[in-house]
Design a protein around this ligand. Structure first.
Ligand SMILES: Cc1cc2nc3c(=O)[nH]c(=O)nc-3n(C[C@H](O)[C@H](O)[C@H](O)COP(=O)(O)OP(=O)(O)OC[C@H]3O[C@@H](n4cnc5c(N)ncnc54)[C@H](O)[C@@H]3O)c2cc1C
Length: 517
């Protein structure tokens, strides 16, 4: 949900991965953030003297060695759901503060981890920002955290391209690009995600002339299971490149990414109220009027909040307001949502009341593009987000609305966020060969409490499948290989590339086994 709105705001605090346990030799380092960082710096220096095989970047990274990593958060935090926990609640925020049996944190070079994994017959999973709500980045084997592979390696101002280590957070990349008068042409809702991670799951935003974020990638380097480093682009290892731009973490370790940028720009965001009928009847006109158009539908009502984002020369301005955004839009809303867990019939009223309170007028914000694209996600939530053919938008939304009207016991929190994305040619991109509409549904977890959602989830999935949808790789879905074979014309091609690059399945995990077997 967007700025001007109240659940998320642009003043967002940045969650960082990295606190936890560090093992230095056999010594356990009890770490506050600073202590950990001091130790890490020492290890960076040390790592730089390690001969780097095959010209590999000498930056170090962390690897979690665990035989039972998944058990830990599951035991400690029973609320974790495999259907998609979002926000601060992704599993990474639950890295242990102390040593746990079976869990060790070490610093090694990527090829050394792969060699160790081959030797010990372990699987390997790379994690970026750890923001994927699904289990796509989980493992019971070795986990590589790319947090220290975070440098900008090259800025080509003429071509407007930047080459970065794959572990860089986009939040750290933006100020670097600002210095060079550059920007990314589109972003997802948060920037505490890494260059390697956003292309791992097919992260997207909105704008029918803009593809998913992976379409901004012009080259990448990939460390494969046997230790080979492949330089991939349209002109080099083109087949692998076409697959690796949405790689699901199953092709190897992405070491570097080169992104096509655009000149730095400012955006004006205008939010105004409308109705579902008006927006669906005039969809093409809205898509033409605004470069980054999206809308929020408030289930159990006709209400819609339309959001236009467009280039501007206006100076920065903000309609943010602590009272409305936090006191009402967060604290009061969370309390009422909690009450509604005992009285589910209240949900429709809450959706209508908060639209009237917070979304019933026009609001404007102007700022640098990355400050407008991103915002803070405050609520813990479950989420599904499927991409359907753009022309199916109206049919799918009306069917979802009709389903809710016919089943008053099924309740849906606001908003249903509807975004649009240009088609591409990336083998496992949900937008492969078609312009798409992403329809994101959520159920909040007020004060961490689980809210029943199964009927809503199933009805939504049924509609999405019926209209030819493809689920977001990082969010909840119940699909298996059979479904993906039908959904993706290039599925077999991707499988062949994966099997060639990783014949023993070193980069698989339980989530990916469902995808490929
Ligand atoms: C608050 C919030 C808001 C979000 N908003 C959006 C949104 O607007 N649009 C959207 O599409 N999604 C959104 N997401 C989902 C998010 O963008 C994706 O989950 C994204 O992949 C997260 O990036 P990450 O760096 O955290 O990747 P991770 O979750 O760490 O990893 C994602 C995948 O990439 C793999 N991987 C990561 N780095 C590497 C590497 N270097 N080499 C090989 N494999 C690697 C992992 O193994 C995994 O398979 C949101 C998530 C949250 C929590």
């Amino acid at each position: 949900m967007a700025g001007g709105g109240c659940l998320w705001s642009r003043e967002g605090k940045r969650g960082r991965l990295g606190g936890g346990v560090a093992l230095n030799g056999s010594e356990v380092l009890e770490c506050g953030e600073n202590r950990l960082h001091t130790e890490l710096r020492a290890d960076v220096l040390h790592a730089k003297f390690v001969p780097s095989p095959a010209g590999l970047h000498p930056a170090h990274f962390l690897v979690l060695l665990s035989s039972s990593f998944l058990e830990w958060p599951a035991q400690r935090l029973p609320a974790r759901q495999h259907l998609g926990d979002w926000g601060c609640n992704t599993w990474v925020s639950r890295l242990p503060r102390r040593e746990r049996p079976g869990l060790r944190l070490m610093q090694m070079l990527p090829p050394q981890v792969l060699a160790l994994a081959r030797q010990q017959n372990k699987r390997v999973k790379v994690v970026g920002g750890g923001h994927s709500p699904s289990d796509i980045a989980c493992t019971d084997g070795f986990m590589i955290h790319m947090g220290k592979m975070n440098r900008v390696l090259k800025v080509d101002t003429e071509k407007k391209q930047v080459t970065v280590e794959a572990g860089i957070l986009l939040a750290d990349l933006h100020p670097q690009l600002d210095k060079h008068g550059l920007a990314l042409s589109n972003l997802g809702a948060v920037s505490d995600v890494t260059a390697g991670g956003v292309i791992g799951s097919g992260t997207h935003n909105t704008g029918i002339k803009h593809g998913i974020l992976a379409t901004q990638v012009v080259a990448l380097t990939l460390l494969t299971a046997n230790g080979t480093i492949l330089e991939c682009s349209e002109s080099s290892n083109a087949e692998v490149f076409q697959a690796a731009r949405v790689h699901l973490g199953c092709l190897g370790v992405i070491l570097t990414v080169t992104l096509q940028c655009v000149p730095q720009f400012h955006l004006q965001e205008t939010t105004f109220p409308s109705t579902l009928k008006e927006v669906l009847d005039n969809l093409d006109s809205h898509l033409k009027k605004s470069e980054y158009f999206r809308f929020l539908w408030f289930p159990h009502s006709e209400n819609v909040s339309v959001i236009y984002q467009d280039h501007t020369n206006k100076p920065p301005s903000s309609s943010a307001n602590w009272f409305w955004d936090y006191a009402i839009g967060f604290y009061l809303l969370e309390f009422l949502l909690w009450i509604s867990t005992f009285l589910p019939g209240l949900v429709g009223w809450i959706n209508r009341f908060f639209f009237w309170l917070l979304f019933n007028g026009k609001k404007e914000n102007c700022n640098l593009s990355h400050k407008i694209f991103t915002y803070e996600c405050r609520f813990k939530q479950h989420v599904q987000d499927w991409a359907i053919p753009r022309e199916k938008t109206k049919e799918a939304l009306l069917e979802l609305k009709a389903m809710l009207e016919a089943n008053p016991k099924v309740v849906a929190h606001y908003p249903v966020e509807v975004r649009f994305t240009r088609g591409d040619d990336i083998l496992l991109s949900p937008c492969f060969q078609r312009d798409s509409c992403y329809m994101n549904i959520i159920m909040y977890r007020p004060y961490g409490k689980d809210v029943p959602r199964l009927d809503y989830w199933l009805a939504y999935e049924t509609i999405m499948k019926k209209v030819g949808g493809r689920p977001h790789w990082a969010k909840a879905h119940n699909c298996t290989r059979k479904d993906f074979e039908k959904m993706y014309p290039a599925f077999q091609r991707f499988c062949a590339i994966r099997e060639k690059l990783d014949p023993t399945g070193m980069f698989l995990n339980a989530y990916l086994e469902k995808v490929f077997y």
